[in-house]
Design a protein around this ligand. Structure first.
Ligand code: URP
Ligand code: ZN
Ligand code: ZN
Length: 456
């Protein structure tokens, strides 16, 4: 065998056991004991996880003349260092642009640059006949998910377009992931605050309160239910949206939801930091007050919240975030996180008794792989699966800091936090890409992943 991982505790969403793993031609070919191979990695004392899957990242995202600061090379190096071996980014068509053309442009940015495996969600900004046709043909090429927005002027679709798009998605095994916030309400509240001279980051969460998110989520869930299409609610942040998701799930509807580490662990008091530092946390939907966090953790533990993604979307504080110094509505939305998701969820989740070890693997690897047509190639440790593996030292303590992380941005939302448990060795398709916290893999090692149709 090419590679053997010896002496670790293998952990999947379902079980854990002591075993050696044998790897040949980038796949797991043997799970047993006393295995021998050309290269041996000693995992004694470590947990061996499947490579983690981050199903919501924005690398080189253009917004209003700015571009998010991690590209497919730097962003995937950071992902790998944090234990993530598969990412899903987005095809981002402009209004009027062909989805096919936007796909080709995005692939040109990613191909040969990414160092972990990658794929892209389609995005539809209209329901014109050309878009519907392209949606279907791209699905047949393995782009089997679709991002929709109910806000952001450049991307949002109205309810009529949403219904058409959901029908096409339903008929072609495409799973929709929807950013749900009520656009009119946000615009109304933003305009009122600005007219009153209320321009600081403090007003960002007040212009997008929980009910604004929950109303749109309820509406999207209702529309998906009407046409019988499964739906994933993106970056759910609050009890109000949770209630809408829970109610639909209890009624038997195929509704799933993702949550981010930011909304599990950070709160809206950060918007009041001095010296405009609140701008670092301007992301949408915004951070909520602390009382939402325990319900989110409980919902994640029991599976009401299906998975954890980062929504990684970094903008520099020193430069790009300053655009909104005198007007919070001009602060580019988003924050970094692609590198810190796994250590934070292990340390704050498993380490603090909020998540079982298996549910942690499930939420950060197995469920995103299943929802997005990558399982069992990705998201688990099994004979035949890709040898994407994270050898994780459960006792290593790391103080998170932008100075030592690999994300290409000048701050970390979790600056100074201590995490216990960190990836020691990260393997993508049998290739060691990270050793002792540093990227050592080949340039452009990542492969594009054509995905299966949705089949939960
Ligand atoms: O603030 C955020 N989340 N920016 C990235 C785009 C999105 O809404 O996911
Ligand atoms: Zn979003
Ligand atoms: Zn996003």
């Amino acid at each position: 065998m090419d590679l053997v991982i010896k002496g670790g505790t293998v952990v999947t969403a379902a079980d854990h056991y002591q075993a050696d793993l044998g790897v040949q031609d980038g796949r797991i070919v043997h799970i047993g004991s006393d295995l021998a191979g050309r290269q041996v990695v000693d995992a004694t004392g470590c947990l061996v996880f499947p490579g983690f899957v981050d199903a919501h990242v924005h690398l080189s995202l253009p917004v209003g003349g700015l571009v998010s600061t991690d590209d497919f090379r730097t962003g995937t190096i950071a992902a790998a260092c944090g234990g993530t071996t598969t990412i899903i980014d987005f095809i981002s068509p402009e209004r009027g642009q062909s989805l096919r053309e936007a796909t080709d442009l995005r692939r040109a940015e990613a191909d040969g640059q990414a160092v972990v495996d990658y794929t892209l969600h389609q995005t539809a900004v209209d329901a014109e006949p050309r878009t519907l046709r392209e949606l279907v043909s791209l699905a047949s090429e393995g782009y089997t998910s679709l991002k929709l927005y109910t806000t952001y002027a450049a991307e949002m679709v109205d309810d009529a377009a949403m219904l058409h798009l959901l029908e096409v998605a339903r008929d072609h095994g495409i799973v929709p992931l929807v950013h749900t916030e009520n656009h009119a309400a946000i615009e109304h509240l933003k305009a009122r605050f600005l007219a009153e001279g209320k321009v600081e980051p403090h007003y960002h969460p007040l212009s997008r309160p929980p009910t604004v998110e929950a109303e749109a989520a309820y509406r999207v869930i209702t529309l998906a239910g009407l046409v019988g299409c499964p739906v994933i609610i993106a970056h759910l942040t609050c009890r109000e949206t949770l209630a809408a998701v829970e109610r639909a799930q209890q009624a038997g509807q195929a509704v799933y939801a993702e949550v981010t580490p930011n909304h599990l662990l950070l709160d809206d008091e950060l918007y009041d930091l001095p010296d405009f530092e609140g701008a670092k946390f301007v992301l949408s939907p915004p951070l909520r007050d602390r009382s939402h966090q325990a319900p989110l953790w409980r919902a994640l533990a029991r599976g009401t919240l299906a998975m954890v993604s980062t929504d990684h979307c970094p903008w520099t504080f020193a430069d790009q975030k300053q655009r909104g110094r005198r007007d919070f509505t001009r602060i580019p939305n988003g924050a970094p996180g692609i590198e810190t998701r796994v250590p934070l969820l292990y340390s704050e989740g498993v380490g603090k008794g909020r998540l079982s070890l298996h549910r942690f693997v499930d939420a950060c690897a197995t469920t995103p792989a299943r929802l997005y047509g990558l399982f069992p190639r990705k998201g688990t440790i099994a004979v035949g699966s890709d040898a994407d593996l994270v050898i994780f030292d459960p006792d290593q303590e790391v103080i998170l800091s932008h100075a030592t992380l690999h994300q290409n941005v000048d701050y970390c939302p979790f600056e100074g936090w201590t995490v216990r448990g960190y990836p020691r060795t990260v393997i993508v398709r049998g290739q060691i890409v990270v050793q002792d916290g540093e990227f050592i893999g080949p340039a452009g090692w990542g492969q594009f992943l054509a995905r299966q149709p949705f089949n939960w």
